[in-house]
Design a protein around this ligand. Sequence first.
Ligand code: COA
Length: 248
Amino acid sequence: MEGITLDIDALKISLLKGKEKDIVYIHGSGCDATLWEKQLEDVGGYAIDLPNHGQSCAAEIRDISDYAYFVAKAVKKLMGSAVIVGHSLGGAVAQKIYIEYPKVVKALVLVGTGARLRVLPEILKLLKEKPEEAAKMVSKYAFSNEALADEFSRIFAERARVLRLDLSLCDKFDLLEDYRSGKLKIDVPTLLVVGEKDALTPVKYSEFFKNHIPSAEMVMIQEAGHMVMLEKSEEFNRALKNFVERLQ
Ligand code: COA
């Protein structure tokens, strides 16, 4: 896997590159591009480090649209348009890219995410006061696999500040009414992937998309939690490949 850096405005934005494919992956809260290593190897494409994450530079980020701006610019520079895959917060970013920069979106893959992403107030409070406890709690909710939950509990504790920023942005993200009223209509091919045991963005959030996005196909992966691309990478990659192959 190759690391590449793009200059976007005054910022260095870092990406990991797998096999050549017009797919761009966006990670969730407190994560980075390495989350998608198994997809980059097996399916291909580029995984971005959002500003303030991984190897990308720091930036003042006020809302999800600010993240969408940097990803859309990266897609334009790299290939013009791409299949945008977003997990959790990354799925909110993907929806904003579709709304604000539709030309860069060939198709959407919304993974363990929702049209509204309210966060348990207890998590936000703990992140401020007791970051290690909060990191443990988020990891426990995020994984159905205990070993991965322990590993990520350490990672999230080290990144408590950025995790808190990301989750507070998620908490404000809300497109539910836009979908319900028909103001927002997604009309590109869309794949929904969700872990059966997702405790942070439950299956009903994906079912809501399924009912409001005419083209949406939904794949629910058994025995997986919120971090479905890590916990069940083979099943996840099979669903993604099947979707992407049918686009060409
Ligand atoms: N898609 C479809 N429906 C949604 C939705 C979504 N993305 N988000 C919320 N809703 C629905 C809920 O199901 C609920 O419907 P109901 O009244 O029929 O049960 C309604 O909208 C209101 O729910 P919500 O916005 O979640 O507010 P709440 O005050 O009921 O609960 C939380 C707030 C934080 C307790 C709750 O959102 C939760 O448990 N979140 C998951 C845990 C978490 O922190 N996730 C992090 C996501 S990044």
